[in-house]
Design a binder for this molecule. Structure first.
Ligand code: SAH
Length: 217
């Protein structure tokens, strides 16, 4: 298997699928996805598909990560909140495109594993914590962008409250075991403009912290 070729093929696929912003493509190219997947799946790291990362969770499909990064309209000064750190891959891509990423994960072991990846890659602008991401991170609000990477019935109100003026929140909205709609909410004062961007499939946003038994699965 030839990794550089696999990666180049993936970047080409992203371009053909409508990711036209060079900044996004460069960010995708600069983050080694193989670091974020379990060792036995490394050969598939550059396939455009979600992969299992343990604890019943998945690393997102690269095309969806790129679409979300593009739709957040980030710049060097942006402060971003991610809900659902998972493997840490999406956060690592966002971190290349903005000033700082705050990321919340409910499974302690996943957060630890993601932190190990950030250290290995010398990424210093991601701050993580264990918690219920639906509550957001009030101490660090407001955020220019919020990326929810787990499916919810509706965008959590606490997260909408933590958006900066003109900020953008993205969330997969719909039933947990179905195809969801990636929804974009843009803040205008106290109002939100809602757009539907694409059909996606994410694991569910779950309430509260993971119990020991659950996180050992
Ligand atoms: N962004 C991740 C993929 C996330 S999968 C990546 O790039 O790999 C969704 C993640 O959300 C899972 O790790 C799951 O444990 C986490 N999650 C689910 N509900 C949550 C909640 N309420 N708060 C924080 N994290 C949550």
């Amino acid at each position: 298997m030839n990794r550089p070729d696999d990666k180049a093929r993936l970047i080409l696929q992203l371009r053909q699928a409508g990711i036209t912003d060079d900044k996004i493509l460069n960010a995708m190219e600069s983050v080694p996805r193989e670091i974020f997947v379990p060792e036995h799946l490394r050969a598939s790291a550059y396939a455009d598909s979600a992969l299992p990362i343990g604890h019943g969770q998945t690393i997102s499909q690269p095309l969806i990560v790129a679409h979300m990064a593009q739709a957040l309209e980030l710049n060097d000064g942006s402060k971003v909140l991610e809900v659902g750190t998972g493997s840490g891959y999406h956060a690592a891509v966002l971190a290349r495109l903005c000033r700082r990423v705050y990321s919340i994960e409910r499974v302690r072991e996943l957060r630890q594993q993601a932190e190990r990846c950030f250290r290995q890659l010398d990424i210093h602008n991601i701050i993580t914590k264990v918690g219920d991401g639906a509550l957001g991170w009030a101490e660090q609000a407001p955020f220019d962008g919020i990326s929810v990477t787990a499916a919810c019935e509706e965008p959590p109100p606490a997260l909408l409250d933590q958006l900066a003026p003109d900020g953008v929140l993205l969330a997969p909205v719909g039933a947990p075991d179905a195809v969801q709609m990636l929804v974009r909410m843009r803040r205008h004062g106290d109002n939100f403009e809602r757009d539907e961007l694409a059909h996606v499939r994410f694991v569910p946003l779950r309430a509260g912290l993971a119990r020991e038994a659950e996180s050992l699965r």
